[in-house]
Design a protein around this ligand. Sequence first.
Ligand code: URA
Length: 275
Amino acid sequence: MDPATRARVEAWLHYGEELGVAPYFRDRATTMPAQDEEAKPLSPVEMAGSKPKSAPARPAPPATPAAALPIVAIAPGPSLFDVVERVEGDSLPRIREDIGDCTRCRLHQGRTKIVYGVGNPKAELVFVGEGPGHDEDVQGEPFVGRAGKLLTQMIEAMSLRRGDVYICNVVKCRPPENRLPEKDEIATCSPFLLRQLAAIQPKVICCLGACAAQTMLGTNQGISRFRGEWFDFRGSKLIATYHPAYLLRNPNAKGEVWKDLQKVMGVLGLQPKKK
Ligand code: URA
C-alpha cells in the first residue's frame, strides 16, 4: 500500500477512539521545558543557516510527505471543534468572562492563575501552545518562561512584535508537574480556544507542538509527519511546527522551524527582520 493510502486508512481506523485527543501522553517529552539547554537567540540568519544534524526524536517522516496528503488524511471526520457551536457576537472579553473562576476540570486544583491568552485581539497570526508551565501559572500569561522567550525571539525574527500576534494554549491551567493535559481536560477547555480563534479570525494559526496540532487537526499522527504543511481551519490557514521547548532541547531543529515560520511570513507578506 502506498504511504498516502496507508495514512488515510490509519486515520480512518483511529478516528473513533481518537477524536483528536488520544495521543498527548506520548509527546510531552518533546515539549517539556528542558533543564539542560540554554535558549539561543534565533536570528533569521542563524535560523536559516541552522541545518538539522539529526532527525527529531519522532517517527520518521513517511516517504510521501504529508504535503501530498489531503486534509482528510489528517482529519478524516469532524475534529474536536466541529461539534462546538459558534457563539453569536462573541468576543475575547466575553469568553474570558465565561471561563470565570473555572472549576470545570481537575486542573483548577493546582493552578495559581488561569492563563487565558495575550496579544492583539485582531491579530493576523495566532500561536497556540499546549498549556501553561510554572512561570505562566504564576504570571497568568502564556509563554513567559524559557520557551516563551524563545517564542518571542521567533516572533521578532519574523519582523513582528509579541504584541502584534495573539498567544494562547489548548488548556488554560497548568497541568501538575508539567504533565501532558489529559483527554478530558482538553475536551473541557478547548472549546474556549475555539471561541478565541473564532473571535479573532486570524489569517494564520500556528500550532506549537504536537498537543496543539493534534488537538486542532483531530489526529494522532506525529507532528513530524505534517509540520510545515498548510491546512484549512474554519477560514484560517493552519500550520504546525515544533514547540519552542522542543527547540531548547533540540537546537538543530531550529532550521526546520524557521522554514515553517517563513511559510507563515509568506502568507502574511512579511520580510525577515534585517540584522
Ligand atoms: N508551553 C506552552 O505550551 N504554553 C505556555 O504558555 C508555556 C509553555
